[in-house]
Design a protein around this ligand. Structure first.
Ligand SMILES: [Zn+2]
Length: 91
């Protein structure tokens, strides 16, 4: 049980400037402007299956922020982009 919890907690990310960034977690919310409906909304972080524009590859369980108003995918957090790159290299 405790192992399970530990595995679900991503490590802190330290970028090149040495600033720590806490990765987003599923269920987090952030106030942002939705690019789809243009409203000031609360974005929910959820894991979804996404497909990149220029490829036919679907990535599963990628953390994205989703508009609470129109359900559009607003953005991919950095950690998800890194995850996608990793998966892409595998294929
Ligand atoms: Zn929206």
């Amino acid at each position: 049980m405790s192992n399970e919890l530990r595995r679900k907690t991503p490590p802190l990310v330290i970028n090149q400037r040495g600033i720590m960034q806490a990765p987003w977690h599923e269920g987090d919310v952030a106030s942002t402007t939705c690019s789809a409906c243009g409203k000031q909304v609360r974005a929910r972080y959820e894991t979804r299956d996404i497909r990149m524009n220029r490829s036919a590859v679907t990535f599963s369980n990628i953390l994205v922020s989703v508009c609470s108003e129109c359900d559009a995918t607003i953005s991919l957090p950095r950690q998800s982009i890194a995850q996608i790159r990793e998966i892409s290299c595998w294929k």
